[in-house]
Design a protein around this ligand. Structure first.
Ligand code: PNS
Length: 159
């Protein structure tokens, strides 16, 4: 049984995250989508809300489960017996940070390999921060987030 981890902030989950998670299933038997608890960030949605939105977006596939973790990804991977981390690369600008993180994670957990997947081309510009910004000012998010996510954003911004 090959278990992969797909970690992130998912604040909120986008169609880009969904696309990546479904692509990752080609490389594993079980995918754990893991929301990182970052005490230095003030997220728009609580961890519980993000898990609910991920469940709404990806819960139709029994191979995908959801979790949150505090602390190091390298330790969480060990705890869940996962040896593969999946991250998305949208543009060259993502590369430097992702490269450093992959090497640091391997240093912290030598059993852990990171693989990078490229999202569908029409989603390459998409990010949670752009989605939050567009939602804040009432932008149309059709096709960019799951309808449950769109509803949660509308509620959060009082629309
Ligand atoms: O969606 P994001 O914000 O780009 O995800 C980044 C995330 C959560 C994957 C990364 O910050 C992370 O793994 N945080 C947990 C702490 C950790 O292990 N950091 C990397 C090695 S120091």
């Amino acid at each position: 049984m090959r278990t992969a981890l797909y970690p992130g902030s998912f604040d909120p989950p986008t169609r880009g995250h969904e696309d990546l998670a479904r692509r990752a299933l080609a490389m594993c038997d079980r995918l754990i989508v893991a929301v990182a608890i970052n005490p230095n960030k003030e997220p728009l949605f609580s961890v519980e809300e993000r898990l609910r939105l991920l469940q709404a977006s990806l819960g139709d596939d029994p191979r995908i489960t959801f979790a949150s973790f505090a602390g190091l990804l390298a330790d969480f991977a060990r705890e869940r017996e996962a040896r593969l981390v999946v991250r998305g690369l949208r543009a060259v600008s993502d590369f430097e940070y992702e490269f450093q993180m992959a090497l640091m994670n391997r240093r912290l957990n030598p059993d852990l390999e990171t693989v990078f997947l490229v999202p569908a081309v029409d989603l390459t510009y998409l990010s949670s921060s752009l989605v939050r910004e567009a939602a804040r000012f009432g932008g149309n998010l059709d096709g960019l987030v799951h309808p449950e996510v769109a509803a949660a954003l509308a509620a959060r911004f009082g629309r």
